[in-house]
Design a protein around this ligand. Sequence first.
Ligand SMILES: [Fe+2]
Length: 276
Amino acid sequence: MTHIEVAGADRIRTVVEDLERVLLDFVRTRGITHAQYRAATDLIIESVKAGEESLLFDVFFEAEATDVGNAGREGSPEAIEGPFYLENAPQLQGPVNVMPQRPDERGVPLLFRGTVTDVDGRPLPGIELDLWHADADGLYSNIHPGIPDWNLRGRFTTDGDGAFQVRTILPPPYEIPKDGPTGRVLRALGRHFFRPAHLHVKLRGAGFEEMTSQLYFEGGDYLEDDVAGAVRDGLVIPLVTVDDPARSTEHGFDRPFVDARYDFVLERRANTSASA
Ligand SMILES: [Fe+2]
């Protein structure tokens, strides 16, 4: 999709000219010299060369843009996509879905389950959840080296009752890449590089708006000072530790696990009737 298709030609002119005015005023009032201006443009070029063009902007601006979409939403809140999403993750086979993982995948086993309904509380069968998250070292497959392709990335669908469950491992808080241009900027600002532990998820279904969100865990570190500023009310869920061998066996784990639930609410597309 082109930029024009996303925004429309009139909208492009309005916002770009407004942004131009804001930046011109900024250059003038902050006394930005030509050398400083060139350093800023070089930083953007460097970030592209380092593959960080998304990271650099996502860390500073993506959460705010997501909030614009959340204003007035009836469905579950959305959260940032971040730079590590990949399309076409493996399709998992339910009813108990197991995320692709190494035989000796480290980390606390996690059972993530819940339901998907529409805004009127009706269960939604056949909704696709596209889940991706970091491993125990805070690294993502297909992005960071040394991890099997598609590890801890998978798609699965809600059952006839609009319910889902998936077995995976609990991701830790992690530092975003800090050795490139984005890290230099954050270091200069005296900021840390951590994000709180989180699951990334997209939901899709015919007739519904695709939504992108993240879930965080109560009591975790960096909930209050996420480097990306992306934690939102309604997205922080409890983790219940289950230390009962019978229940571990019931859910296919060989050791104690943590149980996390979240019930998603999806909004119908504006031009789709409730009976469609
Ligand atoms: Fe992430």
